[in-house]
Design a protein around this ligand. Structure first.
Ligand code: FAD
Ligand code: UDP
Length: 378
């Protein structure tokens, strides 16, 4: 073995694929019973509808190197992601655009008129110098739209008031003075034609790659455990960084989600793939309906059944799946302390979402793995 990789998410798989292609022998340890990390999907047993087990995953990128790389393993459908928001019993398009504004104010504003209105309503705060998410949100879209679509959704999602969250969370939500309601601005987007798992399995399909499922790096009962291998072979570690160091600098906080799946005896529940619920009196944040991610499979999917998932958000305990870094000031201090420990860990390379405590989209995880391979490991 030339390289040991802990975790078979997109970061670990990209490193494994590159190393194997360069003639190195690689072993991947994966705690779960399947490869692919959080991008894993499978067919729901009774309907055959592809469901994303760890939350809906939409591939999008403007990085030409990453786009070329992923297309070696899968083609992508022409799915374009759009999200709607059900506020007080009325459905609006997201991200906030001229359609949302005109529907909300029951008006027919031109782009210039809408811009002037929002500028007037947003005047309370300057988004550039906003010190928290509430100030940034109001400074971007004005108080009425902020209170309708952002304030309570964000409080539900982060279990924290918008005024106590960093302003940076909301820079992901653009405001458009056109009727364009594409959710992402990227050059390329789509879903893997044969599903995520087929894509992920093709990345691992090489005689130089040995995958060991249901195997935990910290389990001393298995031979390739941490105590046995650190210092013996180069390691790429993509599990939680605080766990690696036995939480000596304190725990890093994460948000997790609970997904409640339901199979319904109707052909179409909501007419679209994602409906957000921004009101405080609805306990979940959104509902995913998976058949709508693949309209091109309409002939293969049942016409009288559908699969939905309601998404609930909460803080993660040690035994929960860590999904989104919360990134409080305490977390950032602890992360700095962990970074010092990481630098002292000879020939262990920390990567991916959990290993660096960073929210990474799939294209970012792949891009940073390609950089680690090219610049450090190769
Ligand atoms: P992961 O996929 O988390 O893989 C890490 C792997 O390491 C896991 O399989 C884990 O089991 C394994 N592991 C951990 N500890 C150990 C151990 N001790 N021993 C053995 N194995 C271990 N990105 C997008 O581009 N678009 C989206 O729409 C999107 N939606 C998302 C929705 C949700 C709810 C979440 C959480 C993420 C979403 N992402 C999305 C991000 C995407 O999931 C990540 O970019 C990607 O999973 C990163 O890959 P990774 O390899 O860093 O981590
Ligand atoms: N957001 C919101 N209302 C919405 C959608 C998003 O307030 O209807 C805010 C919320 O704070 C969220 C952030 O925008 O955390 C980013 O949303 P996005 O949908 O990009 O995040 P995801 O949960 O899909 O990663």
């Amino acid at each position: 073995m030339d390289l040991l990789i802990v975790g078979s998410g997109l970061f670990g798989l990209t490193i494994a694929e590159r190393a194997a292609a360069a003639g190195r022998k690689v072993t991947i340890l994966e705690r779960r019973h399947h490869i692919g990390g959080n991008a894993y999907s499978e067919a729901e047993a009774t309907t055959g509808i592809e469901v994303h087990r760890y939350g809906a995953h939409l591939f999008h990128t403007s990085n030409a190197t990453v786009w070329e790389y992923v297309n070696r393993f899968t083609t992508f459908t022409n799915y374009v992601h759009r999200v709607y928001s059900a506020h007080k019993g009325v459905v609006y398009p997201l991200p906030i655009n001229l359609g949302t504004i005109n529907q909300f104010f029951q008006s027919a504003y031109s782009p210039a008129e809408a811009r002037a209105l929002i500028q007037e309503q947003a005047g309370e705060f300057d988004p550039a110098s906003a010190s928290n998410l509430e100030e940034r949100g109001i400074g971007l879209i004005g108080r009425p739209l902020f209170e309708a679509f952002i304030r309570d959704y964000t409080a539900k999602q982060w279990q924290t008031e918008a005024k106590d969250l960093p302003a940076s969370i909301i820079s992901r939500l653009p405001v458009r003075y056109t009727y364009d309601n594409r959710y992402f601005n990227d050059t390329w987007e789509g879903l893997p034609t044969d599903g995520y798992t087929a894509w992920l399995e093709r990345m691992a399909d090489h005689p130089n790659i040995d995958v060991r499922l249901s195997t935990d790096f910290f389990d001393e009962a298995q031979p390739l455990n941490k105590a046995a291998v650190v210092g013996q072979v180069p390691i790429v570690y993509t599990g939680p960084v605080d766990r690696y160091f036995d939480y000596t600098e304190g725990e890093l906080s994460w948000r997790t989600i609970d997904l409640e799946e339901e199979v319904l005896d109707i052909g179409d529940f909501q007419g679209t793939s994602v409906m957000n619920y921004p009101d405080a009196d609805v306990p979940f944040t959104r509902i995913h309906e998976f058949r709508h991610f693949h309209p091109e499979r309409a002939d293969r999917y049942p016409k009288d059944r559908t699969v939905i998932m309601r998404e609930f958000s909460r803080f993660a305990g040690r035994d929960d799946e860590p999904y989104y870094p919360v990134n409080t000031a305490t977390d950032r201090e602890r992360l700095l302390a962990y970074r010092e420990l990481m630098a002292g860990e000879k020939d262990v390379h920390f990567g991916g979402r959990l290993g660096t405590y960073q929210y990474l989209d799939m294209h970012m995880a792949i891009g940073s793995a390609l950089s680690m391979w090219n610049n450090t490991l190769a």
